[in-house]
Write a protein that binds this ligand. Structure first.
Ligand SMILES: C[S@@+](CC[C@H](N)C(=O)[O-])C[C@H]1O[C@@H](n2cnc3c(N)ncnc32)[C@H](O)[C@@H]1O
Length: 209
């Protein structure tokens, strides 16, 4: 793998920042971006579909963006649910830095950005939104999802946007089987929330405590 691919934890060159103009939560925002991260020059197509089509995030509680990049999902969650606490995690240090600074630039005090392991495992989430890192490979993707989805609160929902030709249907089947077998008490339900262009949004709901 290229050492400077976006999921490198520590890119080998220093971060060169540049301005980024995007519309998030209905308004034009001036943020910062840089190289060595996912979709540095704007909102990715799949992410845009998730932001447009997922049902409104929970207004309160803890919300989560798995793999935040420069922050489009986490920032949107924080703008739309100002009373909630938004956790944004990534393994890419530049992504963590940029999402943190972009949250500050928007005056969002409700965003906590960190490496995945720095989140207290006892925290439960009412909403998870993610454009997950499919390209890390199946084993790692599955491990990531099995780390975070069981941390949904009762009644909580996760919405995952996945490209059809990157295996959305087989991921949906795998999630259904795996979550039911590993966590039968949690009553997980996995379904396809919507399909738009080449993407599907998968929904995972925890129905029991
Ligand atoms: C498809 S990108 C989405 C980025 C951003 N949310 C967006 O919509 O533009 C997936 C992100 O997951 C991150 N990632 C890779 N492995 C991860 C892991 N084990 N835990 C958390 N994030 C990870 C990548 O660095 C990348 O930023």
């Amino acid at each position: 793998m290229d050492a400077d691919h976006y999921f490198s934890s520590q890119p080998s060159t220093p971060l060169k920042r540049r301005p980024l103009q995007v519309v998030l939560a209905g308004e034009r925002r001036t943020l910062q971006t840089g190289g060595g991260i996912f979709s540095p020059d704007g909102v990715d197509k799949g992410t845009a579909i998730l932001l447009a089509d997922a049902p409104a995030p929970s207004p309160t509680g803890n919300l989560l963006d798995i793999g935040c990049g420069w922050g489009p999902i986490a920032l949107t969650l924080a703008l739309r649910s100002p009373e909630a606490t938004v956790y944004a995690v990534d393994v890419n240090e530049r992504s963590i830095e940029l999402t943190g600074d972009n949250a500050k630039a928007l005056g969002l005090g409700n965003v906590r950005v960190s490496m995945p392991d720095d989140v207290d495992p006892e925290v439960r989430f009412t909403t998870i939104w993610s454009n997950p890192p499919i390209r890390v490979g199946k084993a790692e993707l599955h491990a990531i999802l099995l780390t975070w989805l069981p941390r949904l609160a009762e009644g909580g929902n996760a919405y995952l946007v996945v490209q059809k030709n990157l295996g959305s249907d087989s991921l949906q089947r795998w999630l259904g089987v795996e979550l039911a077998e590993r966590f039968p008490e949690a009553g997980f339900e996995v379904s396809r929330d919507s399909t738009s262009k080449a993407f599907r949004i998968l929904r995972v709901t925890r129905t029991k405590p």
